[in-house]
Write a protein that binds this ligand. Sequence first.
Ligand code: TMP
Length: 205
Amino acid sequence: MFISFEGIEGSGKSTQIELLESALKDLGHEVKKLREPGTTMLGERIRDIFLEETNETVDPITEAFLLYASRKHLDQNILRKSLENGCIVIADRYADATIAYQCFGKGLSIDFINYIHANSKLLTPDLTFYMDISAEKSKERISRREMDRMESEPQDFFERVRKGYLEIATKDPDRVVCLDANKSIEELKSQIIEKTLEKINATLG
Ligand code: TMP
């Protein structure tokens, strides 16, 4: 089973991914954690390039090709093999992030991304947790740390990205679980574990 986590910066994805990983391992599942862009050697190099601050203009098309190079490589080298070996794969972001950040955030065409995605023969997660917080709260949380190229975008960018995620969640309610990321870590953890176990049971039939 392929699970992804999505949300704008500071939404608490990493904490919940760790908690879900450990709960699933306790239940005897094999878990493979991924992050996007990244995970593979090539992907981690792309990640560095993607996130590095620069004075040059980086067009969303350039971003999309970097992201899809990393994504295809991850699919070919780790994702599919892990799924074939029966692992539960947990991805810290996947293709929804491109629709939210590059399309809603930066104006790239959704049809264009859907075309690249389909022609790259990539998978769609079975289950996605979208952790929703306001752009204001996100900015407040990340302002405490050193920011990368994407985190340095203005608040209205994150407002558009959030709107994108909410639209994705509304359009695909069977796959995307929209969580109020203002809730406590424990509350979110129980909701996430409950939904994941439901999905696992439904998949096993
Ligand atoms: P993160 O791993 O800390 O969330 O950082 C990844 C950054 O890359 C984050 O700002 C979101 C951005 N990103 C995109 O803009 N598009 C994408 O498709 C992905 C996967 C990430």
